[in-house]
Design a protein around this ligand. Sequence first.
Ligand SMILES: C[S@@+](CC[C@H](N)C(=O)[O-])C[C@H]1O[C@@H](n2cnc3c(N)ncnc32)[C@H](O)[C@@H]1O
Length: 220
Amino acid sequence: MHVFLWIIGLALFGYVLVKFIKHRPLSPFMPYKYNFGKRRITFQKVLDLLDKTQAKVIVETGTSRSGLQGAKGDGAATIVFGKWAKENDAFMHSVDISEDSVKGSQTEVDTQNLGNHVRVYLSDSLIFLKEFDQQVDFLYLDSYDYSKDLEVQVKSQEHHLKEFKAIEDRLHENTIVLIDDCRLPNGGKGKTTIEYMLKNDWKIALDAYQVLLVRKDFGF
Ligand SMILES: C[S@@+](CC[C@H](N)C(=O)[O-])C[C@H]1O[C@@H](n2cnc3c(N)ncnc32)[C@H](O)[C@@H]1O
């Protein structure tokens, strides 16, 4: 009986230890309980660059459909960078083609009281980006979902490149670009966009699950 209790105790301890080690919070900026997993390193870097560049206009394609509950799975970027926008007198524009995603994101925006600094638009990102009439300080591309299906992979990659080209002329010398879901089979969402950007005056600032890009002569 004694040995049995020891084994249970050790197993429980191991479980809690692994959970603790794998937990990647963005605290103190976000509450400790939210785990940003593989995106923490790039989110942290972006938050740092947003501070340094004093960004004012943030644009995201693909909104936080699951709110903060999606921190680990989707990223919850609308809420993270929306909170940064609120605290730094900036504005976050987040666009999504799905009514359900917009509803989910808007609910969290309201719950977090970010409404004066975040707007969630229901639109195809390509239409939205073409019509967007401001210079963009931080562009986050995370729409067309990637999958194991090769056809979907190519469509997702092409869509993200089209998004980039649709807004390209409103990106300035210190714009930050982040692309989600890149460290995946066949290059992930960002493959063709990154290839295009590297041929056009951009460089990789951080290469992780997400890829962060800046101009070759980025000033920060
Ligand atoms: C992975 S989720 C975005 C997650 C979000 N960026 C976050 O950090 O929580 C991808 C979203 O892209 C949206 N989407 C797919 N195709 C789109 C398109 N053509 N235009 C705009 N949004 C699109 C989907 O409806 C979905 O809500």
